[in-house]
Design a protein around this ligand. Structure first.
Ligand code: CA
Length: 222
């Protein structure tokens, strides 16, 4: 999952970015509200973590503009303003959840994961795919009790394909989900990761089909 983290407190922002990345998420960090809005309009993100007090454009205003512009991804507001009116205003503007600083990293990660899951329309965390079960909260793919070892990038790739199992996912979509904006390795690397993941899944009868000129498709098992 690709996250836009909008936070101008450098120390906090770096800590959150690191924690998310350690859990395999792709994070683009931006400290300015106006710039964040520009990014939103040019890149795909699965979720926004949004501070309210921001230079450039206030977080509330950013949220209002994002929703008005048709952006539907879940938004988690993180703020020191714990006053009830702010909270209500944020939720009214279309925030999905609210976390008051200071908070525990574990709590933060759990909220991010829960929001994402809700947005995917999955109450339960586990997705079955043929003989395999993918447990989103642990980011774990299992065959019975055996955990299939995958790198964070392979797991991210698997998640992207799993979201649209049986349908074609373009190389660009995969690249956008796997790499942050400042990483331009991108499209050629996608092939490498698909190749590796394909080898990982093959023994379990799962295949990733290359749809020439279009992208890749995780095929539904028979
Ligand atoms: Ca701030």
């Amino acid at each position: 999952m690709k996250i836009l983290l909008v936070e101008d407190d450098q120390a906090l922002a770096e800590a959150l970015k690191r924690a998310l990345e350690m859990h395999g998420q792709v994070v683009d960090l931006i400290t300015d509200g106006a710039q964040a809005l520009a990014w939103l309009n040019s890149e795909h993100f699965d979720l926004i973590v949004l501070d309210l007090g921001l230079p450039g454009l206030d977080g509330m205003e950013l949220l209002r503009e994002a929703r008005a512009g048709g952006h539907q991804m879940p938004v988690l507001i993180i703020t020191a303003r714990d006053a009830v009116p702010d909270r209500v205003a944020g939720l009214n503007l279309g925030a999905d959840d609210y976390l008051v600083k200071p908070f525990e990293l574990d709590e933060f990660l759990a909220r991010v994961r829960a929001l994402y899951r809700r947005a995917q329309g999955r109450g339960s965390d586990a997705v079955e795919l043929g003989p395999l079960v993918f447990e989103g909260s642990k980011r774990e793919l299992r065959h019975g009790d055996h955990v299939i070892t995958m790198t964070p990038r392979e797991t991210a790739l698997f998640e992207v394909l799993l979201q649209q199992v049986g349908a074609v996912v373009t190389k660009q979509q995969i690249g956008d989900s796997l790499f942050s904006i400042d990483n331009d390795a991108q499209l050629s690397a996608v092939e490498v990761y698909v190749h590796r993941l394909r080898k990982q899944l093959a023994p379990y009868g799962l295949s990733i089909r290359t749809v020439r000129g279009l992208g890749y498709m995780l095929e539904k098992p028979e």
